[in-house]
Design a protein around this ligand. Structure first.
Ligand SMILES: *Cc1c(COP(=O)(O)O)cnc(C)c1O
Length: 234
């Protein structure tokens, strides 16, 4: 068994353990393979072993890979997205997780109209209110929902968060709980065009805790593909 297959198996086992603890089902969790810096050959291999959802965080890298990978891949965009790049990805990705400002929501709505589609998005919440991270605060998201619901070419499908990196994932449990509570609060409002179906949270280091607290999509990079080798490109 290759290291990749081993990693995939391990992740499935850990997902199983986490869902059993809280009476959820493994089928309710979607693994997104986070493939930034990962070579296309590795991505193809993971696709063959059932990782059919993949997420990239840079437009250029995504565009380079998109054309040479199997068209059955479900593509997710998970990085900070500049407004002038929305047009490049609008017809290629299934879900944009990292929608972090109202101006970006408006731009996606505009480009989706041009592309004659309704774009599924998640609103990114800056859950720990970190200066270095993008996203809406909880207060902001409540304030913007009445505006967002009026935009016909976007459909909010849920929320996404990137809590701080911590050695001990238990330290993030309260952030995951807060996300779940926000998710339920918004769901209970029953706003047209605002669906709360997807809760994208949990990465290699903390996905089990995220699942226990309600994650439906987990974004796993190094846990699948190994440590990333960063090459300076700026
Ligand atoms: C890189 C990245 C991940 C995956 O991180 P790992 O710790 O390698 O699992 C998940 N989400 C986002 C938004 C990322 O940029």
């Amino acid at each position: 068994m290759s290291l990749l297959e081993h990693n995939i198996k391990l992740i499935h086992n850990k997902i199983q353990d986490a869902v059993e603890k809280v009476n959820r089902k493994a089928e309710d969790i979607t693994i997104i393979g986070v493939t930034k810096t990962v070579p296309v050959s590795q991505m193809k291999a993971s696709f063959q072993h059932g990782i059919t959802h993949m997420g990239e965080n840079r437009v250029q890298e995504f565009m380079n890979k998109y054309n040479i990978l199997p068209e059955e891949i479900h593509w997710h965009f998970i990085g900070h997205l500049q407004r002038n790049k929305v047009k490049d990805i609008i017809d290629k990705v299934e879900l944009i997780h990292s929608v972090d400002s109202y101006r970006l929501v408006e731009q996606i709505n505009k480009e989706a109209q041009k592309a004659s589609k309704v774009m599924d998005i998640l609103l990114q919440i800056n859950i720990a209110e970190e200066e270095t991270k993008f996203g809406f605060t909880i207060e902001e998201v409540h304030n913007y929902l009445p505006l967002i619901k009026r935009l016909p070419f976007i459909r909010v499908q849920g929320l996404m968060a990137i809590p701080p990196y911590v050695e001990n994932p238990e330290e993030n449990r309260n952030y995951f709980k807060t996300m779940k509570n926000l998710f339920i609060d918004i769901k209970d409002k029953n706003i047209d065009n605002i669906n709360m179906e997807v809760l994208s949270m949990g990465m290699t280091n903390d996905y089990e805790v995220a699942i226990e607290e309600g994650a439906t999509m987990i974004r796993i990079g190094s846990g699948l593909y190994g440590d990333r080798l960063y090459v300076k490109d700026k």
